[in-house]
Design a protein around this ligand. Structure first.
Ligand SMILES: [Zn+2]
Length: 293
């Protein structure tokens, strides 16, 4: 299957939309080149005590809308997929207001100046690891560690619905930015394979529409990255030897504000190719390693 993105999501800001009997999504009013229509905040649970996954940006009107969307229910858990500024900052006001504890793999590791940037203030109250189970009033959520987009990225699986909240690891509307040093292409590809080996019925990304069934889309994402690596290898063989030159060659017509992100993604590919022994680096210049037949 060719990689096909769904960009049909219609934004309805300020009002939570029900996606399943136990899942609702509130869209934050922060659309942009990396966030698509905005951050999709997921509210999990059909009872009086719910979990909030990625409360989103700390914008006063958004935090007020989130409180309204909770509609008198209390918050038992605040789960964070990763520490980009469009995901975790509203955890602090939500925590102060609700008294709920925050959960995540850990604080942000390194700062990148692309995408929405790192939230260096967030530190989870409870650090979770791969396989940990979080029990709520009428839901159970398993932690699925998926480094790559960031080194602290965690997906969350809702038992009973075969639903996986994928944060920015898998998005329906675009590929994920993999920006070194915190982003790592090898980790990202391994984390995609990890999801392919699962039997989730539906993925709920933070940005864009749900993805079902997941497997063909996940395989297409892996194929897309392999194709991109093949293109980079072909360019290197022809003498293109720096990330900016490769971006100009491979991403013709790219919007200027996305060039830096594309450059970092190409660097992530080059690092991954170095790990695999396919490429060598001299300063900012890269050369293919030609193996003897
Ligand atoms: Zn992100």
């Amino acid at each position: 299957m060719a990689l096909q993105f769904d960009t049909s999501l219609e934004p309805h800001y300020g009002i939570a939309e029900r996606l399943s009997p136990r899942i609702a999504r509130l869209l934050a009013p922060n659309p942009g080149p990396f966030t698509f229509r905005g951050t999709g905040v997921h509210i999990v649970g059909a009872g009086d005590r719910v979990a909030v996954i990625d409360p989103g940006p700390d914008l006063p009107e958004h935090v007020a809308a989130l409180k309204r969307a909770l509609d008198g229910r209390s918050v038992s858990h605040i789960l964070i997929t990763h520490t980009h500024k469009d995901h975790s900052p509203a955890a602090q006001p939500l925590k102060e207001w609700s008294g709920a504890k925050t959960y995540g793999f850990g604080p942000h590791a390194e700062t990148n100046d692309v995408e929405e940037g790192g939230d260096r203030l967030f530190v989870p109250d409870i650090r979770v690891a791969d396989g940990d189970e979080i029990a709520g009033e009428d839901f159970s959520i398993a932690c699925v560690f998926t480094p790559g987009h960031t080194s602290n990225h965690m997906c969350y699986a809702l038992a009973g619905e075969k639903a996986l909240f994928t944060g920015d690891h898998v998005m329906g509307w675009s590929t994920s930015v993999i920006a070194p040093p915190d982003g790592n292409m090898g980790d990202y590809l391994r984390s995609l394979e990890k999801l392919i080996a699962r039997d989730d019925a539906i993925l709920y990304p933070t940005h864009g529409s749900p993805i079902a069934p997941p497997a063909p889309f996940l395989r297409a994402l892996v194929t897309h990255r392999r194709m991109r690596e093949g293109q980079i290898a072909a360019c290197l063989a022809q003498g293109d030897d720096t990330a900016p030159v490769l971006v100009a060659r491979l991403y013709a017509g790219l919007a200027p504000m996305l060039v830096k992100a594309a450059e970092l993604t190409v660097l992530a590919h080059l690092e991954h190719m170095m790990e695999d022994g396919k490429v060598t680096r001299d300063g900012a210049r890269y050369r293919p390693i030609v193996k003897a037949p």
